[in-house]
Write a protein that binds this ligand. Sequence first.
Ligand SMILES: [Cu+2]
Length: 147
Amino acid sequence: MANGLVAHEMAGMARGPRRRRHIVLLWVAAAVLVATAVVLGTAQGLPWINGGRTVEVALVAQGLKFNGTNPPLEVRRGDRLRLVVRNAEPAGITHDVIISGPGGPRSKLIVPGETQVLTFKPSQAGVYHYSCSLHPGLMDGRLIVRP
Ligand SMILES: [Cu+2]
């Protein structure tokens, strides 16, 4: 995408006056600087760069497990976790989802066939848990929040 933008700007340069060429060069330099900062910031986990990241995870509750194995989930501090939880059980088996740890939210009861979305933006790093309060010990996975 960045290459496409540069090519477009270069085409403009060939036709435009000298002043316009300087402005275009400034914009290209600024774009390169911003792109570099974003890449470096993301790689180093700087919250001021990646604070707006949303991590969406689909969880299917079935057979008294989340996604079969209650897999560990991983985000970085400052990420917004968006859990999309679907209850795929037969009639009569209700679940919920609770994130344990500082500020962790709790869903309402989720009946078979229903989907609920739970969002959570952890402000502290550490190991949290996502679990179903109706099936403790069976539906319990780790949520790892990296610093
Ligand atoms: Cu449950």
